[in-house]
Ligand binder design. Structure first.
Ligand code: 6PG
Length: 640
């Protein structure tokens, strides 16, 4: 792999000395950015005048070309102040494109130290055109990068270069397999946290050298070691090996484990971070533990941005494995409003992936609810998109702020890049896809015997949306105008508030039921806490939920604050949903939530008829109200 090193820092920090020594040791060419200044810049600096962006422009242009030449010749070292992020970008502008679509990145070596020490060095440096007084301006201009290899210039040049060369060949503390969007984000997050990384991505006929391109694309990864051979990757890791897998859930995970397992040793830890099914995870935990390998099924939420800036992390599986990697996961995680990491060990077996699956179920219903509110106001009441956006923005000012509401507001203002007069949303086909987690949570609810109508309706609503042809056909046979609905803002807001509470209640109840059934000690307050930042369902409600559950870990529907809102909103909720349905506009999630809420409020239901019917045709038996023993009674309903 071609290596370009750029040693950066303010004038006087020792870039030339360190750069030259490094180039000597690596036997590659060295270049000094000072040699590229036009005479006018040198004279300006000698007069004690600071250079501005305009003065630096032609210099950076010449340096970008020099860097490109070094690259073409197979590598080299450049010493250059590169004070600002913008200058560093200009420097790389002529390097080949990396995986990010931006120019590839050199290995940045960042020199830093006390201002006084640098000032003294500058004073003692004879015959140099730089006026020591300019240090002030350099110091103010310097934007400290959050990437690169940092060298404290208090130490000797020899020791800094020796350490750099030794450590950059040292075994990596952590490996990442799978460098798609999420894997790249997690690797960069780890790079920002100063972990020494080995990166692996398999090569396919269409995708070659992904890891190499990744390393040279992102400044945080320039000291990571790229591999496209799995076994060299494993060899490059310190023991016990810690390997994070971020590949598609399912067969790809099994295939990787099949290849890795014979090369791993007792005590090594695998962290599988995709959206895997919790039962598959439990099986992998069992199987790998029998070989002494600790397997963790780690729920990771937050999308691409979360992976990079800090996701919510839900690890489950081997506790021994968790103890080995806890510090890494805590470093990577988002911070909650109190500054604590959004990560906690959830439980053994597939507990981590179970809660991530339910997180996604709640996410599906929250998304569908926002779509229902938007659809009602835009298509039912005929509001403009701007008006809908304003309405949602007003909700942000309330206690209902959430990440999904925020992104919805952004989407409602986003123009089609192809046509600035059109909303991009209006160009998107109305058929929702899914990768499965919402459906899995519905299946889990069925298996565990839990009411889950809200989330399951959100899954079904996506399936129904996908039946476009049938919808188009039937809309001709049953023409229906849904326009003309009068919206009462408060009723809509109150409905939104109630559905959210019932949705979260069903999700949390399913997790509690699973915890009881499988013997997992899941603290719902901890879950609410780690979901209060980083993840897709983060919201101010989730933050309040944490404090409620910390006081009292009862079911959400036993919480006074939640019940008070549901009771206050009761008639608005009923009126809004029934009025909308009456107008012919579907509200699958809102009406499922309303049915759940109404069902919960019925002390006596019509279910006795079901029991009678079951006994009538199948002699299934029923319990009697007047018999406290709970025994079954049978009746011969029909003598035929
Ligand atoms: C998250 C998301 C993430 C992903 C889902 C979407 O928490 O970061 O849930 O995991 O967006 O896989 O799933 P669907 O494709 O099923 O909507």
């Amino acid at each position: 792999m071609i290596k370009i090193y750029v040693v950066i820092g303010v004038s006087g920090s020792g870039k030339t000395t360190i750069g030259k020594l490094l180039a000597d040791r690596l036997e590659i060419p060295f270049q000094d950015a000072d040699d590229f200044h036009p005479e006018s810049n040198k004279a300006k600096m000698a007069r004690g005048e600071a250079l501005g962006d305009n003065d630096r422009e032609p210099w950076l242009q010449a340096l970008a070309e020099a860097l490109k030449r070094l690259y073409e010749k197979g590598g080299g070292v450049l010493a250059c102040s590169a004070l600002k992020e913008q200058y560093r970008e200009q420097l790389c502008a002529q390097l080949p494109e990396g995986i990010s679509g931006k120019p590839m990145q050199p290995q940045w070596i960042v020199l830093h130290g006390e201002k006084q020490l640098i000032a003294t060095r500058l004073k003692n440096r004879g015959n140099h055109f730089f006026d020591p007084l300019l240090l002030e301006s350099q110091w103010d201009t310097w934007e400290f990068p959050n990437y690169g290899w940092f060298m404290d210039i208090q130490r000797t040049t020899e020791s800094l270069v020796n350490e750099f060369l030794a450590l950059s060949h040292k075994k990596a503390s952590l490996g990442v397999i799978g460098l798609g969007t999420m894997g790249q984000g997690l690797a960069r997050n780890l790079g920002r946290n100063q972990y020494s990384l080995a990166l692996f991505n398999r090569s396919t006929p269409t995708e070659q050298q992904v890891a190499v391109r990744c390393v040279s694309s992102f400044p945080e990864l320039t000291h990571a070691r790229p591999f496209d051979d799995l076994f060299s990757f494993i060899e490059a890791l310190e023991k016990p090996r810690k390997i994070l897998l971020m590949v598609s859930a399912g067969a790809a995970v099994d295939e990787l484990i099949r290849q890795l397992q014979p090369r791993l040793e007792t005590g090594d830890v695998l962290l599988e971070c995709g959206n895997s099914h919790f039962e598959e995870t439990a099986e992998r935990v069992r199987e790998l533990e029998s070989h002494g390998i600790h397997f963790l099924g780690v729920g990771v939420s937050g999308g691409a941005q979360g992976a990079l800036e800090g996701p919510a992390i839900m690890p489950g599986g081997s506790k021994k494995g968790y103890d080995v990697v806890e510090h890494i996961l805590l470093d990577m995680a988002a911070r909650d409003p109190q500054g604590r990491p959004c990560c906690a060990y959830v439980g053994p077996e597939g507990a981590g992936h179970f809660v991530k699956m339910v997180h996604n179920g709640i996410e599906y219903a929250e998304m569908q609810l926002l779509a229902e509110c938007y659809g009602l106001v835009r298509f039912g009441a005929g509001w403009s998109v701007e008006e809908v956006q304003k309405l949602f923005m007003s909700w942000l000012e309330t206690a209902e702020r959430s990440y999904l509401l925020e992104i919805t507001i952004d989407i409602l203002g986003f123009k089609d890049p192809e046509d600035a007069n059109t909303l991009l949303l209006d160009q998107i086909a109305d058929q929702a896809s899914q990768k499965g987690t919402g459906g899995w949570s519905t299946t889990a609810a069925l298996n565990l015997g839990q009411p889950f109508g809200i989330i399951s309706e959100s899954v079904m609503a996506r399936y129904l949306s996908a039946q476009k042809e049938l919808r188009v056909e039937l809309s001709k046979s049953v023409p229906r105008s849904v326009a003309g609905i009068e919206i009462d803002h408060e009723q809509l807001f109150n409905t939104y508030q109630s559905v959210r509470r019932l949705n979260h209640a069903q999700g949390f109840a399913l997790i509690q039921k699973a915890a009881q059934t499988f013997g997992w000690a899941i603290d719902p307050a901890v879950l609410a806490r780690i979901w209060s930042a980083g993840c897709i369902i983060r919201s101010t409600f989730m933050e309040r939920l944490e404090s409620m559950l910390r006081e009292n870990s009862e079911d959400l529907l036993q919480q006074h604050a939640i019940l008070a809102i549901l009771t206050k909103n009761d008639s608005d909720f009923r009126n809004l949903v029934s009025q909308t349905l009456q107008h012919g506009l579907p509200m699958p999630v809102s009406s499922a939530a309303l049915n759940y809420w109404l069902g919960l409020g019925q002390a006596n239901s019509a279910a006795h008829l079901i029991q009678a019917q079951r006994d009538y045709f199948g002699a299934h038996g029923y319990q009697r109200k007047d018999d406290p023993t709970g025994q079954l009674f049978y009746t011969l309903w029909n003598s035929n």
